[in-house]
Design a protein around this ligand. Structure first.
Ligand code: PEP
Length: 253
């Protein structure tokens, strides 16, 4: 059976009360999940301690982490602070952080290294802007972001990694990429990773997901593509009904 991962990115969109309500509603609405389907919820930092005890089948993720373990870094969150709260994974290099917080490929690389050193699974986002796509640079951009973020991983440690192909122009606006186009980029991502890591490591520990305006209608065709291993879902994960419909569609694959 195909292994599928669905990750909910709640961004900065929900109050504490709304986060608790959504976690409760999602958990209550989920059917028993097979081992082949993993679901992560990524609330804002402030909601993590309240959401964690509500989770039964979903796993907890965060939306960012700093690259140092401790020190004078006002406002930042250390990896151990996330693992203390029960986080299993962390989103890194999201295009919103690259665009609004000046996050560079080097910063993403350092965050990936620190996350792995603290047993947090990195969810590494890569993707081109509309301008880069129109200039014919999408492959170049994605390969650069991917190789910078994921160079130097010690595959002997057998740690899981998610890569998410998120074309920036498809985020938050209803413009989903055609499944065939997502598949083509996923093949390129896997081809690039095969030049860096062994097939055995990639098969067992690395999953490539798609993100960008996924909803209950688009999720099925996307994850039916052979190299699309699941989805990162923003807007459609903020209402239990919509998110549960996505899980339902994933269960039918
Ligand atoms: C995201 O920001 O990671 C995302 C996929 O958002 P949306 O689903 O709203 O496009």
């Amino acid at each position: 059976m195909k292994k599928i991962t669905i990750i909910a990115n709640w961004k900065m969109s929900l109050s504490l009360h709304e986060s608790i309500q959504l976690a409760e509603d999602v958990e209550r609405g989920l059917p028993p999940l097979p081992a082949s389907l993993r679901v992560f919820l990524c609330p804002s930092f402030t909601a993590l301690p309240s959401v964690q005890p509500l989770l039964r089948q979903c796993l907890l993720g965060a939306q960012d982490v700093f690259w140092e373990n401790r020190g004078a870094y006002t406002g930042e969150i250390a990896p151990s602070m996330l693992t203390d709260l029960g986080c299993h994974a962390v989103i890194l290099g999201h295009s919103e952080r690259r665009a609004y917080c000046g996050e560079t490929s080097l910063m993403v690389h350092r965050k990936v290294q620190t996350a792995l050193a603290n047993n947090l699974t990195p969810i590494v986002c890569v993707g081109e802007t509309a301008e880069e796509r129109d200039r014919g640079q999408k492959e170049h951009v994605v390969i650069e972001q991917l190789t910078s973020a994921l160079s130097g991983i010690d595959e002997k440690k057998e740690q899981d990694i998610f890569v998410v192909y998120e074309p920036v122009w498809a985020i938050g606006n209803g413009h989903v990429v055609a499944p065939e186009d997502a598949e083509q980029m996923h093949q390129l991502i896997l081809h690039t990773l095969r030049e860096m890591y062994s097939p055995a490591y990639l098969d067992a520990h690395v999953q490539v997901l798609y993100g960008g305006s996924v909803d209950r209608r688009s999720v099925g065709p996307l994850i039916s593509m052979p190299h699309v291993g699941g989805c990162l879902v923003g807007t459609a994960s903020w209402h239990a009904h919509n998110f549960l419909s996505i899980i339902d569609a994933a269960l039918r694959i």
